[in-house]
Structure formats: structure tokens, C-alpha cells
Design a protein around this ligand. Structure first.
Ligand code: MN3
Length: 247
């Protein structure tokens, strides 16, 4: 009883704060990854974020049907199952980042669904429609860091593509910054990500590529290489730069 009352008061307080933040941030709130945590506080539950573009907007590189199913079925499934998995227990009321950092390797429900929610939220934001019919390229400090560390954008692209091709089964390919601030290309299995202490190479995500078959099978079938080639055309490098420079 006492515990319920405390939770109620805690949620009311958070609701008040989130309300203020919501009115200040406005529309940005929906597209900003930092606000995954805010969304939790407002309703007491994790929510499926809206996409910052229409399902068809990434055509012809990523098709409308794939985007619709990927977002409204797959991602929504991770959100629903995450809410069930953290309803009670030590993760209840924690932010997504806190959950990812402390999740145990044996806690499959939380590990898979917290990872699934976070990874997809990030993935959507790192995509954008290709407006100029040219290959979008990194800019600013991220471009400089990529060039310094991988010699050229072309070499980086080749290494990243190779890593994404080497993921066996379902998983993700990442560009991260490690604890020393160096860029690194890594891969994780299933819905693991570089924020988890249980993965081999930890760091802060800068780029994320979903290489699960559900991300490309409708359009590209078994040709993961074609999907990756198409993906380079719809990267939101401005978002990547933002993630790279964020402390
Ligand atoms: Mn996916």
C-alpha cells in the first residue's frame, strides 16, 4: 500500500516535470533520442516513437512496406514486451540507458527488448530521405575524425560494409566512440548494443545499421550487400555528427 502511494507520488512528480519539458521542447520531443527517457516518465511506460518522416520517404533505397512493418510491428513489439518485462522488479521506473548499462546476460526478456527499443529508436533517427540524389557524406568534426582514423571516407565505407556483411545471423553494425574517444567499427548479436556492459566492445553509438533480415528481406531478399549499399544513401549524417559531438 505504502509502496503504491510512493510510486504514485513519484509518477505525479515526474509527470509535472515532463509536462514542462514537453511544452518547451514541442515537436522536437518526438524526434530526439534523449527523450526516450522523457517519454517513459510522462506515461510511466516506454512508447513507440513516431518516425521523423513517412514510411515511403526512404524509397527507392528502403521500401515503404519494410519501413511500416519494421516500425509498427517489430519495433512496437519490442516496446510492448519491454514494458511487460520491467513492470515489476529492479528495472521498474529506470531509464532505457540505465537498463541497458546494467542488464544481466541471463535476463533475456529485458536484454532483447530494451536493446530492441533503443536500437530501433536510434536507427530511425540516423536515416533520412535522400533529397539530392547524391551519396550523402559526413560533415564537420565527424568527417575529420573518420578521415584521420580510416584514411578516407572510401576506406571507412569499405570497412564498415565488410563488418556489416560479417555479422552471422541477426545483429547490428555500429560506428562507436570508445572510452578514449577513438572511432571504432563494431558489431553486436541480436539486439545487443555498445551501451551494454555485457558486450565485448563498449562505447557511444554514432552510426547504427540493423542487419536483421526483417530490415531488408521484402525488397532485397537474401542480398544483404544490396541493402547495405542502399543504406549509405539514406544516412542522416547531421544526426551522426550530433551523436559524435554530444558529451
Ligand atoms: Mn530491426
Amino acid at each position: 500500500m505504502e509502496n503504491n502511494r510512493r510510486n504514485f507520488l513519484k509518477k505525479s512528480a515526474l509527470l509535472g516535470l515532463a509536462g514542462v519539458a514537453g511544452s518547451l521542447i514541442g515537436k522536437e520531443k518526438l524526434t530526439n533520442l534523449e527523450n526516450i527517457s522523457a517519454a517513459l516518465q510522462e506515461t510511466g511506460k516506454f512508447e513507440l516513437p513516431k518516425l521523423p518522416y513517412a514510411y515511403y520517404a526512404l524509397e527507392p533505397f528502403i521500401d515503404s512496406k519494410t519501413m511500416e512493418i519494421h516500425h509498427s510491428k517489430h519495433h512496437a513489439g519490442y516496446v510492448n514486451n519491454l514494458n511487460k518485462a520491467v513492470e515489476t522488479g529492479s528495472f521498474s521506473g529506470k531509464s532505457i540507458e540505465e537498463i541497458l548499462r546494467s542488464v544481466n546476460a541471463n535476463d533475456a526478456a529485458v536484454r532483447n527488448n530494451a536493446g530492441g527499443h533503443y536500437n530501433h529508436s536510434l536507427f530511425w533517427q540516423l536515416l533520412e530521405p535522400n533529397r539530392y540524389k547524391m551519396l550523402p557524406l559526413p560533415e564537420g568534426t565527424l568527417r575529420d575524425a573518420i578521415t584521420t582514423q580510416f584514411n578516407s571516407f572510401g576506406e571507412f565505407k569499405q570497412l564498415f560494409t565488410g563488418k556489416a556483411m560479417s555479422v552471422f545471423g541477426s545483429g547490428w553494425c555500429w560506428l562507436i566512440t570508445d572510452a578514449q574517444g577513438n572511432l571504432k567499427i563494431t558489431a553486436t548479436a541480436n539486439q545487443d548494443n555498445p551501451l551494454m556492459q555485457i558486450v565485448a566492445e563498449q562505447g557511444k553509438p554514432v552510426l547504427a545499421l540493423d542487419v536483421w533480415e526483417h530490415a531488408y528481406y521484402l525488397k532485397h531478399q537474401n542480398k544483404r550487400m544490396d541493402y547495405i549499399s542502399d543504406w549509405w544513401n539514406v544516412i542522416n549524417w547531421q544526426k551522426a555528427e550530433e551523436l559524435f559531438t554530444q558529451k
